[in-house]
Design a protein around this ligand. Structure first.
Ligand code: SF4
Length: 376
């Protein structure tokens, strides 16, 4: 393929490459399914392209290396990840502003544990949701009857909330898709309803209702890769698990998240205005809300650091020694996840990350990677 040597090659603004210790990943936020691992050399090539014409960039490469970077260019242009631009127009495509956006919501996401007792607080909870402009709720129902579920769904039927996911314990395992479909039809905000410990494993045709044999695990450490531009931008500035997140437990206690020990207030006893003030104060003053993955040992070396959503929270001081409370299921030093062939723990790779600090044995990792990844 012929390329305009006197032009610059740029990635589209909804695409970016994040490099970790072992791997780089090309993220396409408009077409998340196109996101994929790419060689680290491709990432270095793209960095050079941002400030020099293609002709100048190619001077860095000779023989086979030059052939390889031209293949990178074929890959990037054929898959529509980037474009050529002239010197005069180049500055019309500035990088995306990564400043944390000043949005009006006080809380963006609520986890609500609800049982018959907490049902009495439903009206106050709804007022808090409206005042905080909460857009997304995860409801975890415990011992709820069909009538109570119906009441909850109706309560949020004309709400500011845009998306509701409901997880129900085994109490309603003997209900059926028809009954639940009728109830959720009252509220288009319901995106998912899962009934746990069901004997029958079945889903509704629209994919909203699921009966599963699994148990509802309130403590599960989950890691989801969320390829979404606003999440990626936010992850560079805040702790995505804590920032503007709220949890209300069955006794009406407000906390930042289910494992937090710090009480923000109680929906049963405190006035909504007081709760709002407390939440605003948390957002302004709680340093934990602003720990980014870049500041956490191990995560800072991971290519998923701007798209990873996990409740595996960091411990320690971001300016000194900040580490994950439990080892992640992905090891960024060898590019392998738990369960994959060749996976090794951090310790097996010579990486120690705990309250005593961070130690890394680069030689040992290089040896392991040579064994794992060198083609015979
Ligand atoms: S190491 Fe694990 S928790 Fe940390 S960014 Fe990577 S995938 Fe997420």
């Amino acid at each position: 393929m012929h390329y305009p040597l006197n032009k610059y090659f740029l990635l589209y603004s909804d695409c970016t490459i994040i490099s970790g210790y072992k791997n780089s990943i090309l993220l396409d936020f408009t077409r998340p399914e196109m996101s994929n691992f790419v060689p680290k050399e491709l990432s270095e090539f793209i960095e050079k392209c941002a400030w020099q014409t293609l002709s100048d960039v190619l001077k860095f490469y000779i023989n086979d290396d030059k052939k390889v970077v031209l293949e990178y260019l074929d890959f990037l242009t054929e898959n529509d990840f980037g474009f050529f631009v002239s010197e005069s127009l180049k500055n019309n495509f500035p990088p995306i502003n990564t400043k944390l956006k000043n949005s009006p919501e006080i809380i963006d996401n609520l986890i609500l544990d609800i049982d018959s007792k907490n049902m009495n607080n439903l009206k106050s909870i709804n007022s808090l949701i409206e005042r905080c402009l909460i857009s997304s709720i995860e409801i975890r129902g415990i011992n709820l009857s069909i009538g109570e579920l119906d009441q909850i769904i109706q309560m949020f039927s004309s709400s500011v909330v845009q998306s509701i996911n409901i997880y129900l314990d085994s109490t309603l395992k003997n209900s059926n898709i028809e009954t639940l479909s009728k109830i959720i039809a009252q509220n288009a905000r319901i995106k998912k309803l899962v009934v746990f410990e069901s004997i029958e494993v079945i889903s509704s045709d629209d994919g909203i209702i699921h009966f599963t044999s699994k148990q509802l695990n309130f403590d599960e450490i989950r890691r989801i890769n969320n390829i979404n531009l606003s999440f990626h931008l936010e992850a560079q500035k805040v702790c995505t698990f804590r920032y503007k997140k709220l949890f209300i437990d069955r006794e009406g206690k407000l906390k930042n998240h289910p494992n937090s020990k710090k009480l923000i207030g109680n929906i049963q006893f405190d006035e909504i205005n007081i709760l709002i003030e407390n939440l605003k104060k948390e957002c302004k003053t709680n340093k934990e809300w602003y720990i980014t993955k870049e500041q956490i040992n191990v995560c800072k070396d991971c290519e998923f650091r701007t798209v990873c959503f996990t409740n595996n929270l960091p411990i320690g001081d971001k300016d000194d020694n900040c580490y994950l409370q439990a080892e992640c299921t992905y090891n960024p030093y060898i590019g392998k996840g738990e369960g994959e062939e060749g996976y090794k723990t951090l310790e097996e790779c010579g990486v120690i990350s705990n309250e005593s600090g961070f130690i890394i044995d680069h030689d040992k990792i290089a040896e392991i990677n040579a064994e794992l990844w060198t083609e015979e």
